[in-house]
Design a protein around this ligand. Sequence first.
Ligand SMILES: *[C@@H]1O[C@H](CO)[C@@H](O)[C@H](O)[C@H]1NC(C)=O
Ligand SMILES: *[C@@H]1O[C@H](CO)[C@@H](O)[C@H](O)[C@H]1NC(C)=O
Length: 422
Amino acid sequence: MMFGDADCYPETSGSSPPAPGVLSKLVMASLASLRPFLLLRRHLCTTAAVSLLNPADPSTTAPPKSKSLAALSLLQSEKDPSRILSICCAAALCPDSHPDRAALSLAVSSLSAAGSLPSVRSLLDGLLSSPTSDHLRPHIIVLFGQAGMLHDAFRTFNASASPSIRSLNALLFSCILSKNYAQVARIFRDFPSSYGIIPNLNTYNTVIKAFCESDSSRTFYSILDEMVRMKIKPNLTTFSISLAGFYREERFDDVRRVLWLMKKHRCHPGLSVYNVRMQSLCKLKRATEAKELLKEMHLRRMKPNWVTYDHLILGFCFEGDLEEAKRFFTEMHRRGLAPESSCYFSLIYYLCKGGDFGAALEVCRKSMERNWVPRFSIMKMLVNGLVSISRVEEAREIIKKVKEKLSSNIEMWEEVEHGLPQ
Ligand SMILES: *[C@@H]1O[C@H](CO)[C@@H](O)[C@H](O)[C@H]1NC(C)=O
Ligand SMILES: *[C@@H]1O[C@H](CO)[C@@H](O)[C@H](O)[C@H]1NC(C)=O
């Protein structure tokens, strides 16, 4: 992700496999530890939140990590706006810590999904209410963008006496998050001179991303020219973003041209660039070409990582070539690499859809060994599938394991268990 400060905000480009239950690995964070806080602090929140935002002494002001994780875990199943606000408040979430940012991001998504924009406003404005909170402004701007509240993002930007470059970049990024691409061009043209801000590499990368995500990847060339004029050296992120854009628009000549420009600018494509290219090809259902790139990597003695394999596995699943997906899953393990939870979950999903329940069970066991439990709908597909091929005992065993690992959905599982053949 190219926006350095926003590394836990959602990717803007959607991918097709099913979204797994968010952060299920954190599900077991101790909820109990937060509940007393919730009761105790509900009424104290306003003052508590303000004092906790004071960054003077991080050891006393920053909430312990487990509290953010507990909040995150509660927020995952909470849909009620006022309870969401209480959780954020009780945990005194503050966007300058990474786990808190993930929790806030989730809270903002749920609040905006519930259509409760006033709650988003009161949550985020509250975080900026202390005089020492100006450094949080870029995060708040991004969170408003994530909620699709661009007007509030502008308001937050304007409220600063002298907006910083970080705030400007955050504003550009929130335009991308809220898919207001046209605004990016306007801000980029007008704001640096109106506010006396000099764009930096991050600004240019964000602007290029906006053009690439709105089917105008070819604008990249003129922006790159401007960067050269302004003596701002593009980095690998600059080129990766444009490569992804050109692939998305299926402009393969431009892909070649960017690869050539990279040489010219002495940016040598490393693993991350290969991964971006493979992911782009897989999204276009050209996984076989992605596999060719893997061969090219081997020839150049470059080591693929788990990201590389995740893309290939998902790519082949997406095209319905489950044999190839399984082959890469095995190869990956042989190389001592392990996939992300979403890769396990998608693979299980596609294997079930393809009727290969035995293989799906194997993958599911591996995933659960790492405490990653696929969401209910996928597990139910697997359980029903196992029953359909008369592997009822294994279906029972997997339900038992799920119930050991999860505290939620127990009733739903009991219902499934009762439905199993005796
Ligand atoms: C913020 O300031 C800009 C430039 O002065 C102005 O165009 C814009 O309307 C302002 N937006 C808000 C929401 O105040
Ligand atoms: C490129 O520069 C941006 C802005 O400084 C930075 O966030 C990003 O991590 C850099 N990319 C790489 C691959 O170093």
